[in-house]
Design a protein around this ligand. Structure first.
Ligand code: PLP
Length: 468
């Protein structure tokens, strides 16, 4: 075998060994990252055989790999990796197609155009929406809000791509108090700035207060963008998107929806009503690397205004080959060169089909609901949110009954559970409370995993109470 074949065979060997243990290995890890950095040392003067490099990396790094694709990893909103998505991602690297333009990369660009159309269909979004595959939901926000910035300013006669924002009419951004931080980050990158945000209060589940939204919108005028949310990062709650679109339409505002994981509610008939009105929005940002379970990094930006989307992103140069008849990915993305990150999306959708995605999302939500019921039934554990989707927020109540003791106990339980290794929830501060956050986002998570995890959490929390 030549060096390439030996390196790939080594990677395959390590992958198989790792995946063989994925359902049972401890999820968290205690890893000496200082020691790893020391072992790696400084840039070597001379190289090594590729197979040896792979073996060495596997040996050094694997002890520090947190099993994020374990069926019992519940931190952040991560998502596992479906077999076809993972394997096709290997081919993305092997084929190494710079998937920006159709003519030089006809196969991966065409596959991307199909994957985008299938995703729009799955998510219940307009079939003629424009779309781009980006690195994640944050950059999907950037892409959608760049289109929005173009659109709302063009309507008052300002060409932002030519003139920039200096001297431009101000843009109002109206958004909920419990929006995701990446909306703010995208607004910073776009030069709109944080002071442009007019914050609307939220309710006990983190949803935008619709009356307050109406009042806020009526207080000003001019170019306006409203940001709604399908799937609150903590509670999993969905804004009333229909009502947001009604209110925004009255003042001619652009509606952007952060649906990083929540847009996938469209996949099941029992959760789809949470998204009522979503198709009326002007732009949508989501992630395939979360609930669709493709590898990092894969976000998706879609807009109902292809011209504005293109005005914000399109690029031409004399040396680029291009067609005028087909969709060119480069015109809908912030990146120039890019990998064919949409191929794992196509592969995942081919593996599961519409009914398979439905079953997967249902399994995640059923697991979250079961978590909620089991934890809430335990003495001195309180589930804080309505478990409407895949997120659960739990608080561990201390015997003193004091808030600060609940907070301290809850944080101690989270840390101890992560150390114990059966499962891996993470924490959050929300509505003045320290809480355990459980997000079910992997195709591998079964009811048995929930049972095993709840047992571990309750066992560990009893120890924490005894210690305190
Ligand atoms: C994860 C998430 C984001 C950010 O997505 P990235 O893919 O990490 O950029 C934005 N909004 C919500 C609601 C999220 O859950």
């Amino acid at each position: 075998m030549d060096e390439t074949q030996r390196a790939l065979a080594a990677a395959h060997r390590h992958a198989e060994r790792y995946l063989a243990t994925i359902t049972d290995r401890p999820v968290g890890t205690e890893f000496d990252f200082g020691a790893l950095a020391e072992t790696l040392g400084t840039l070597p003067d001379t190289g090594s055989d590729a197979e040896e490099v792979i073996d060495r990396l596997a040996e050094l790094l694997e002890p520090g790999i947190v099993a994020m694709s374990s069926p019992r990893f519940f931190g952040f909103v991560i998502g596992g990796t479906l077999p076809a998505a993972m394997a096709s991602d290997w081919l993305v690297s092997v084929w190494d197609q710079n998937t920006g333009l159709l003519l030089p990369t006809p196969a991966t660009t065409t596959a991307e155009n199909v994957a985008g159309a299938w995703l729009l269909d799955l998510l219940g979004l307009p079939a003629d929406a424009s779309f781009g595959f980006v690195t994640g939901c944050q950059m999907a926000h950037w892409t959608c809000l760049a289109a929005a910035r173009h659109d709302v300013l063009a309507r008052v006669g300002w060409d932002v791509e030519r003139k920039g924002l200096v001297g431009a009419p101000p843009i109002r951004v109206v958004a909920g108090a419990d929006r995701h931080v990446t909306v703010d980050r995208a607004l910073r990158y776009l030069g709109i700035g944080l002071e442009a945000i007019e914050v609307v209060p939220d309710d006990d589940q983190g949803r935008i207060d619709i009356d307050a939204l109406g009042e806020t919108l009526s207080r000003g005028n001019g170019p306006t963008i409203v940001c709604g949310q399908a799937g609150n990062i903590n509670a999993g709650a969905f804004d009333d998107l229909d009502a947001i679109c009604d209110a925004a339409r009255e003042v001619g505002a652009w509606v952007h929806v952060d649906g990083a994981f929540g847009l996938f509610a469209a996949a099941t008939p029992e959760h789809a009503p949470l998204l009522k009105g979503v198709e009326r929005a002007d732009s949508w940002a989501t992630d395939a690397h979360k609930l669709l379970n493709v590898p990092y990094d894969c976000g998706f930006a879609a807009t109902a205004h292809p011209e504005s989307h293109m005005a914000a992103c399109q690029v031409t140069a004399a040396y680029l080959e291009r067609t005028d008849t087909a969709r060119e990915p480069m015109h809908f993305n912030p990146e120039f060169s890019r990998r064919a990150r949409s191929l794992p999306v196509l592969a995942a959708l081919m593996q599961l089909g519409r009914t398979g995605v439905e079953a997967m999302v249902r399994q995640m939500c059923d697991a979250a609901a079961s978590f909620g019921r089991r934890l809430d039934a335990a003495p001195d554990v309180e589930v804080i949110n309505d478990v409407v989707f895949d997120q659960v927020l739990a608080r561990f109540r201390a015997s003193s009954g004091r808030d600060k003791d609940h907070d301290r106990l809850t944080n101690a339980v989270i840390e101890a559970v992560q150390r114990e290794g059966t499962c891996y929830p993470t924490g959050t501060s929300w509505h003045g409370m320290e809480l355990m956050r459980i997000s079910v986002a992997s195709w591998r998570t079964t009811e048995a995993d929930v049972e095993r995890s709840v047992d571990a959490i309750l066992r560990v929390s009893a120890d924490c109470r005894a210690d305190s």
